[in-house]
Design a protein around this ligand. Sequence first.
Ligand code: SF4
Ligand SMILES: [Zn+2]
Length: 476
Amino acid sequence: MTLNNSGREDQEDPSRRALSSTLSFIDTHCHIEMEEFDLDREEVVVRSRAAGIESLITIGADIEGTLKGVDLAERHDGIYCSVGIHPHDAKDFTEGTYRLLRDLTGKAKVVAIGETGLDYHYDHSPRDTQKKVFEQHLALAGETGLPVVIHSREADSDTLQIVRTSGITNGVFHCFSGDREMAEQVMAMGFYISLAGPVTFRKATGLHEIARLVPDDYLLIETDAPYLTPEPFRGKRNEPAYLVHTAARIAELRDISLQDIARITTLNAKRLFAIGTLPDAGEIAYQIRDSLYLNITNRCTNRCSFCVKFHSDYVKGHRLRLSHEPSEEELKREIGDPARYEEIVFCGYGEPLHRLDTVKSVAQWVKSRHGRVRINTNGHANLIHRRNIVPELKGIVDSISVSLDAQDKDTYNRICSPAYPDAFDAVIAFIRDVREAVPEVQVTVVNTPGVDIAKCRKIAETLGVKFRVRELDVVG
Ligand code: SF4
Ligand SMILES: [Zn+2]
């Protein structure tokens, strides 16, 4: 895998994270229309802005709250709302309620249906009624195309069954409290998983596991304010400004930076609720820790089963699907002064050595300006260019990371589906050769079923190069 940022080593150092107001978050689930905010609602909104909450979605839970939410959203930039009746109040739902909710979906700031679902913990409404009302919300989501915000408490199997039967695949399980199996089923249905304040609680080990395992593409964050206040404010009224504490804890659990969590979850919220704008072009260069990554091509001679580009245009919230391959001039412009960075890393949503001439020329330029050069490659360069290109890297590349990805040819062919039948042998030969030309050589494998990590490590040892296992960062 020539992608650069699915390995822990490449992440920003979480210890450096700061609760910075320059970050941008979306609180995907709060109830600022509720009476708990009657005395200071405007200040709460101002505080949320100061804390970097660029948008928030105030969630309808009963008719009165839904109407108040719509009104609030209409009066404020950056506030959106959903329309729905909480399962607690399902007993009050009538045909008239359905018509009212449907009418409200015509308003510009209404971005979702809900919250709806099942709550068997409190059973404030009879379970059969909850189920029927839930089905009606799902029908409204189907009718309007809006995503659905689902509440499920101690009712996971009924909730899953009803969603599955409805055929709805667009929405979020809010304040997720299920286990790993539930999370997997939720994501398999196409739904996002939203984490709230309880993930900050020391004893919430089950939630900590969920926070680690949900892939970037499925993760949302919320406050559910005024409820579920995160640490260190537990016990007080919750408000959207506290979202950053939940985000920081999730970043810590995932061993990534707060910036990453902000970028990832904001992108997901924009995608799910169709709010704000999404980047329309791929990023050519982006920084991780102190290194600058250059995304120079989307072409690749592998088709790895785990490759994120077959599922998403984004990695860690960076849009990497290019509209064009950047020219040398564009790359130099993006780099600016290479000495500002620890390393300039040639990578891509593909194989960078497809563009050997560009890599050589820009690498030379970086070296002449006292920068350090690394290449992340699949090791196919000699096959692509039908000659041994390794000597051409001498003196201009300081470090190279080659994807080994398997312990033998059959496994490699199965996992990576290379364009060349003998690619595995070529990768091994490339690694052997490149040691002579590049001072620092590392091979990597992605921890994926069928890969024998111990055997791969042995190969690296035999070749006399560093070895690194990367954890899968993607679903698929
Ligand atoms: S398909 Fe190409 S870009 Fe994707 S992981 Fe495999 S080698 Fe990397
Ligand atoms: Zn709620």
